[in-house]
Design a protein around this ligand. Structure first.
Ligand SMILES: [Zn+2]
Length: 232
């Protein structure tokens, strides 16, 4: 039976119990929403702390549902320390999406942009060693515990769907978000979640939301995303 939508009057609060899967560097509980039945997909938002629109959108979509998605586990915020500081990195200046244990992980600084038009010259750490950060460790452990085989990483603001190949999940994300698909963001990302997923046979799709205010993203996508979450 399809999960019904809640009425708008009921959508104000986050109604589902979140389980702790670890702690951030600053000791903030990292929490996830378990799938109601069995996990077939993990979705996570805000691994980059300044991409909080991904948290707002995921929260709003989940709050439209009258029970948790049957087969999708969700992390509303994978980098709470970064989000509270408004930074891409965590509280130690580590870009968590370059800290995953991958064959190509490098201790060299990673470069990012301050805004979309800016050159990629802003330096962040990739960590002391691969998986040095508690947020990365906790996410890797959760993936192992839930036997995750499919994952969606929510990011912004490139406005595209990125995956190694055009899988069924990538096509589904293309339909939900009406964004173009492409293979890769155009530069190497050693230690990224995408690379970690590839090395661990996880079908990973990165959804880069377009450069829009949260309320516009919610207006455009929340209902379609909620419908995907209840159907998957
Ligand atoms: Zn990002």
């Amino acid at each position: 039976m399809m999960i019904p939508f809640r009425s708008p009057a009921e959508q104000g609060i986050f109604p589902f119990e979140l389980l702790e899967y670890g702690r951030s560097v600053e000791g903030i509980p990292l929490r996830y929403l378990p799938a109601e039945k069995e996990t077939q997909l993990l979705i996570f938002a805000t691994i980059h702390g300044e991409e909080s629109e991904t948290t707002f959108l995921l929260s709003r979509a989940l709050r439209m549902l009258s029970s948790p998605p049957p087969h999708v586990a969700c992390i509303l915020c994978a980098n709470p320390d970064g989000m509270l500081r408004g930074t891409r990195a965590n509280s130690r200046g580590v870009d968590l999406n370059r800290n995953f244990p991958t064959a190509n992980w490098k201790k060299e600084k990673t470069l990012s942009r301050l805004v979309l038009e800016a050159p990629r010259i802003t330096e962040l750490s990739t960590g002391e060693f691969a998986e040095s950060e508690s947020e990365t460790q906790a996410l890797v452990q959760l993936i192992q515990k839930l036997h995750v085989k499919k994952a969606v990483a929510l990011h912004a603001p490139f406005g595209l769907i990125d995956s190694d190949s055009k899988t069924e999940l990538a096509c589904e994300m293309e339909r939900v978000f009406s964004l173009p698909w492409q293979a890769g963001v155009g530069y190497p990302t050693p230690g990224s979640f995408g690379t970690f997923a590839r090395e661990n046979q996880i079908d990973c799709v990165t959804v880069e939301l377009p450069r829009e205010a949260s309320e516009i993203l919610i207006t455009q996508y929340a209902e379609k995303f909620a419908d995907f979450l209840r159907r998957f």
